[in-house]
Every structure is written in structure tokens, then in C-alpha cells.
Design a protein around this ligand. Structure first.
Ligand code: SF4
Ligand code: SF4
Ligand code: SF4
Length: 404
């Protein structure tokens, strides 16, 4: 039995077993693709509009509240906070769902989740990448307990900024060594307090009271779907409230009216266009003779930023945000991930930009030396072009010579 059929059967069994919580009758389940068009808006020219959620929902759904878990793996916390962007809609979430886990806001413990029946959490929204043993344990546990898992935010979808750690060839040991012995504050601490050898966090330490343990850090940071099966993706660093509204509407339609959820694999809050197609700036495809940071340019508000020498990844990035950054003079760094036709966001964006470098064989001032000069102006090219997507890139991580 397939994924959707399993869930439908379970829902029907629950419906038969539970008393109806209100007078409202659930509508018949519609075709599986009925919700998808509300989540992928490819006709919007300037990004995705928020879903029309109507008035606040009246009380609990007819078949009782759904169970919702929100978990924070390797991330900055911004994704958790973005859920509050729903403003008064947060009350709707409370009406619709029991929040069984949300470490930043609810006192749900791992053991409480472990004690739940498999499949008894309706939706788990997981933000952050997977970079240590605790992250892996928790996301696998939530997968087991959940009908639907949402990869929420850029770190979960593509590795995000935590996956820049994959560019450290020596992996976790090199990172721990640098952070705990070489950064100015830690070097001063070690000099003062660690006479014999530097103090570096260990996964297990024995103290008079017993054994203390810490999760073990991984050499490679993974996106969520590299560790568990994922049903939906919501990119964005963090996701915008327009995207959250589409997820909320899909879950509310399911819980209150029995409308089928969007098909597995749906990316919520994106368009099928590239960011360049949403950006109001005009492209002239000028030759790039110098690479500049935004603060070095008094930017023209109508002109494409690449035409002004600023590196922008809009040509390879999936649309949906409405060009949030470029509208205010900042280049797109690709937080929505690669557009549908692009496999490798960094190299694709770089190729588009490099095609504007002035290589003119017969002009000695426009030859390879000039290209080298322009290239040398790009600080940290890998970090720049893969700022959000290293886990999902073909490069995946740096290694030391000899394959270590
Ligand atoms: S996607 Fe952005 S906001 Fe969300 S956890 Fe990662 S860095 Fe933070
Ligand atoms: S490259 Fe950037 S600034 Fe230029 S049109 Fe595309 S998104 Fe806009
Ligand atoms: S412009 Fe680019 S970096 Fe900025 S929010 Fe949109 S996709 Fe993300």
C-alpha cells in the first residue's frame, strides 16, 4: 500500500473511531492534486501571494485536533521565529493542533515523543540541517512518529549556512580545534586555564556525579532528505509568511474539510520561474570588468545588480520570494535553492556571470590576465556561490589530498 493510501486508510479508521467534535461535516476527499496548485504558483509574476485563509477557524477540527511537532536541528533559530510571522494566525494553529513538540516554546521531551504511537503525529515541521548524532536521532524518531514531514527552511532543504562547514577539509576535528584553541577568545581561555592540553568538548566525560555526554559532531553536514524521507519542502532563510500561509491552508483544509493534502515532494511557496524573472531590475548584460560589494556601489535602483558588478545568483535561483533582496539593493545569494532547470546552483550562477567577463583575444587588456584579475576580486568563491546549498551540491564537501 502506498504512502497516500496508508494515510487515507488511517484517517478513515480514526474518523470511524472518534466522535465528531463539532457540527461541521467534512467534505469528501478531493483528488490528490487538488491542493498542489495552491502551493506552486507559476503564474505570479512577482513571487507568491499569501494564501487566502479567510476568517480565523472556529474551534477544533471535526475529527479532533491534529498533532503537530516542530523541531530545530542545526540552524540559527530564525526558522522557529518565522512561524510567529503568522501573527494572529498562530491562534489558528492552537485551535487546529496539539503542539506535541516545539523545544523553543513547549515543554515536550524526547521520551514523550518516543512513547507516542508510530504515525500519531500528523505533521512534523523540521528546520535546520543534520550535523550531529542528536539531530539524526531526533529526525529519525520524528519521521517514525509522523504522517507528514516538512523540510522547513533552507538549512533543512539544502544544508544552508551550517553546511559551509563541509568546506573545512579536516572536518569536525579541524573545526573543534580552531574554535576551541585558535579563535582569540578561546586561545586566551586555553592559555589561562588549560595547563597540560587544550580543553575541547568530548562526547563523554566522567565527573564525580556520573557520566556527562554530548552529541557527536559529524564531518559532513546533511540536508534533511539525505537522512530521512521528506514529504514537503519549504525553502527560505527563513521561509516567508506567504509560504507558511500555504502550508497552514493545506493542513487546515485537510483537518477541517477532508481536502487531500498536496502530493508528496511538493515545494511550498515557490514558483516555476527563476528569481531573475521576478526581479524588477532591468538586465543589459553589460561586460563585467570589476567585481564589487554592494557597499562599494551607489546602486542604480533600476539596473540589474550584475550589470553594476555585484555578484547575484538570481539567474539560477528558484523564484517565490518576490525578489526580496534585490528589490532593496542586495544580491540574491540563492536561499530558495536551484531553479527547476538547474542542478548545481553555484556553478550555474557563476557560469552565467563569467560569460560576461571580457575575454577578447585580440585585445591585450581583455585577455586571460584580465579574467584572473576579476576572479581574484571574488572573495571566497565557493562560500559565496554555495552559501546555502553545499549539502545538495555535487561538490558536497572539501577533502584533504589523499581523500581524507
Ligand atoms: S534556514 Fe536560515 S533562518 Fe532557518 S535555521 Fe537556517 S539559517 Fe536560520
Ligand atoms: S541577476 Fe539579480 S539583480 Fe539582475 S535581474 Fe537577476 S535577480 Fe535581478
Ligand atoms: S532574493 Fe535570493 S537570497 Fe533573497 S530571499 Fe530571495 S531567494 Fe533568498
Amino acid at each position: 500500500m502506498g504512502w497516500w493510501a496508508d494515510r487515507k486508510k488511517k484517517k478513515e479508521e480514526e474518523k470511524a473511531a472518534k466522535p465528531v467534535a463539532s457540527e461541521k461535516k467534512a467534505a469528501p476527499v478531493k483528488a490528490v492534486d487538488s491542493g498542489a496548485s495552491e502551493c506552486v504558483a507559476d503564474k505570479e509574476p512577482v513571487g507568491l501571494a499569501a494564501a487566502d485563509l479567510g476568517p480565523l477557524l472556529p474551534g477544533a477540527p471535526p475529527n479532533g485536533k491534529v498533532n503537530l511537532a516542530i523541531y530545530w536541528a542545526a540552524g540559527c533559530g530564525g526558522c522557529d521565529v518565522s512561524i510567529l510571522d503568522t501573527n494572529e494566525r498562530i491562534l489558528t494553529i492552537g485551535d487546529m493542533a496539539n503542539i506535541v513538540m516545539w523545544p523553543i516554546a513547549v515543554d515536550g521531551k524526547e521520551k514523550d515523543i518516543a512513547a507516542m504511537e508510530d504515525g500519531s503525529i500528523t505533521v512534523s515541521m523540521i528546520n535546520g540541517a543534520v550535523r550531529n548524532s542528536e539531530n539524526e536521532h531526533m529526525v529519525k524518531l520524528l519521521r517514525k512518529k509522523s504522517l507528514i514531514v516538512v523540510s522547513y527552511g533552507t538549512c533543512a532543504c539544502f544544508g544552508g549556512t551550517p553546511a559551509l562547514a563541509n568546506l573545512v577539509p579536516g572536518g569536525k576535528n579541524e573545526i573543534l580545534d580552531y574554535v576551541y584553541t585558535e579563535t582569540p577568545s578561546s586561545a586566551a581561555f586555553q592559555k589561562k586555564y588549560s595547563n597540560v592540553k587544550p580543553t575541547i568538548p568530548q562526547t563523554s566525560t566522567t565527573v564525580p556525579e556520573g557520566e556527562l555526554t554530548l552529541p557527536s559532531l559529524y564531518d559532513t553536514v546533511y540536508s534533511l532528505d539525505q537522512v530521512i524521507d521528506v514529504d514537503y519542502y519549504i525553502p527560505g532563510c527563513p521561509p516567508m509568511q506567504e509560504s507558511i500561509s500555504h502550508l497552514l491552508k493545506a493542513v487546515a483544509d485537510f483537518a477541517y474539510n477532508g481536502v487531500a493534502l498536496p502530493p508528496k515532494g511538493t515545494m511550498v511557496g515557490v514558483t516555476s520561474k527563476t528569481l531573475c524573472e521576478e526581479c524588477p531590475r532591468k538586465k543589459e548584460y553589460k561586460r563585467i570588468v570589476e567585481v564589487k560589494e554592494p557597499y562599494q556601489v551607489d546602486t542604480n535602483n533600476d539596473q540589474c545588480l550584475v550589470d553594476q558588478g555585484i555578484l547575484c545568483l538570481g539567474s539560477a535561483t528558484m523564484g517565490g520570494c518576490g525578489a526580496k533582496c534585490t528589490r532593496v539593493g542586495q544580491p540574491c545569494r540563492g536561499c530558495y535553492g536551484p531553479s527547476p532547470d538547474v542542478q548545481e546552483i553555484g556553478s550555474s550562477a557563476f557560469t552565467a556571470i563569467a560569460s560576461l567577463f571580457p575575454v577578447i583575444d585580440e585585445d591585450p587588456l581583455m585577455g586571460e590576465d584580465k579574467v584572473d584579475e576579476i576572479m581574484s576580486q571574488i572573495k571566497d568563491p565557493l562560500g559565496y556561490f554555495y552559501a546555502f546549498s553545499m549539502s545538495k551540491s555535487l561538490i558536497r564537501r572539501s577533502v584533504k589530498e589523499g581523500g581524507q
